[in-house]
Design a protein around this ligand. Structure first.
Ligand code: ACO
Length: 328
């Protein structure tokens, strides 16, 4: 059995925030941000925009491209670490898409690796579980958890959603060729958005106070080192499982965290710059949305064509990281 990608879509908030806009609220500059990260703009939710609006809009576009009706879906996987509801948003997205069957919808939490894990889960549901049409959405609104007074983190993130539709098919048409997935809780201290309570190991009184989350805390240098060290190995391992080498692959599509990370990984794997997909200049790091957002833009602009192969990799908090070799 196989599963193929039959549609993609994406959505971003309307408010565009430039590096110069950020320089008005923290001590930074367009030059510093551009040189260190490659980011020039990001989109941030405002007004009535929220995670679910973005997820639903991206999903509708992907369903339209796939010519799949909401009721034809057997499963919706919403990869997000910033849900509107901590119990999960996928069933609400299911309802807002107009699905009338009680097909399964659930969230997947794995920060910037979420979408790659979503693809793997979809492939297991389809290849092993008899599911036929699966919608995988990667969506995050990091702006809700960013400390907008911390120049070390607030310059990096943006909000977005991206989605793909996967469909059961014959093995020869398979579009998810291989995966390589990892996590390491030891590295969790370098990147997280922990609960505020009990930080110093103090004992909770009964009844406990209502909990809240801290802002994103990150040791940028360590995260950088982790990404540049682990991602090339992971992609090599996924390529090996697929029986391919970098030279057989049409596109390298990494989680869009920092252009310097993308360049370092591409150099290590000997991908020439013209084979590297990058759109983080316009959107910043959109966490679980970054891979499907960049894929959607590349497909709609005609860069990625039917039959092209893509080496994709997500990496981030957890720490988690993983790669997928995909055929569009
Ligand atoms: N503007 C101006 N100066 C700044 C800024 C800023 N926005 N941010 C930091 N600086 C200063 C620092 O204070 C420091 O000053 P000092 O030398 O006087 O102490 C100097 O610039 C260098 O700071 P570094 O943190 O060492 O800069 P670095 O080159 O490491 O770049 C960055 C920082 C861009 C964050 C980089 O480390 C990075 O991209 N790391 C990876 C981050 C990442 O990918 N995170 C993924 C999160 S994904 C997820 O799962 C949520």
């Amino acid at each position: 059995k196989g599963c193929k990608l039959v549609g993609c879509g994406s959505a971003v908030p309307s408010l565009s925030v430039s590096n110069d806009d950020l320089a008005k609220i923290v001590d930074t500059s367009d030059e510093w941000i551009s040189i260190r990260t490659g980011i020039r703009n990001r989109r941030v939710i405002s007004g009535k925009e929220n995670l679910r609006n973005l997820a639903v809009e991206a999903a509708k576009k992907a369903l339209k491209m796939a010519s799949v009706e909401p009721d034809d879906l057997d499963l919706i996987l919403l990869c997000t670490s910033t849900p509107e509801d901590i119990f999960g948003d996928a069933p609400k997205v299911q309802r807002e898409l107009g699905c009338t069957k009680s097909q399964l919808a659930h969230d997947i939490t794995a920060a910037c690796s979420g979408f790659v894990l979503g693809l793997f889960s979809a492939s297991c549901y389809i290849k092993g579980g008899g599911f036929r049409n699966v919608l995988v959405i990667g969506a995050d609104v990091m702006s809700r958890f960013v400390d907008w007074t911390d120049r070390g983190t607030c310059i990096l993130f943006g909000d977005a959603a991206g989605a793909v539709v996967l469909q059961a098919c014959d093995a020869e048409e398979d579009g998810l060729l291989s995966f390589d997935l990892h996590s390491d809780g030891e590295g969790a201290r370098h990147l997280g958005t922990p609960i505020n309570d009990n930080e110093n190991g103090s004992v909770l009184e009964f009844p406990p106070n209502r909990s809240s989350y801290a802002c994103i805390q990150m040791n940028g240098k360590e995260v950088f080192r982790f990404a540049v060290g682990c991602v090339p190995q992971s992609i090599e391992s996924a390529l090996e499982k697929a029986g391919l080498t970098a030279s057989n692959i049409d596109w390298l599509l990494l989680h869009q965290a920092n252009q310097r990370i993308i360049d370092a990984v591409a150099t290590r794997l000997e991908f020439p710059p013209e084979k590297v997909i990058s759109n983080l200049a316009n959107y910043g790091n959109t966490s679980a949305a970054s891979i499907p957002l960049a894929l959607d833009e590349a497909v709609r602009s005609g860069k990625v064509k039917p039959g092209h192969t893509i080496a994709a990799a997500g990496f981030g908090a957890g720490l988690t990281w993983g790669s997928a070799v995909i055929r569009w």
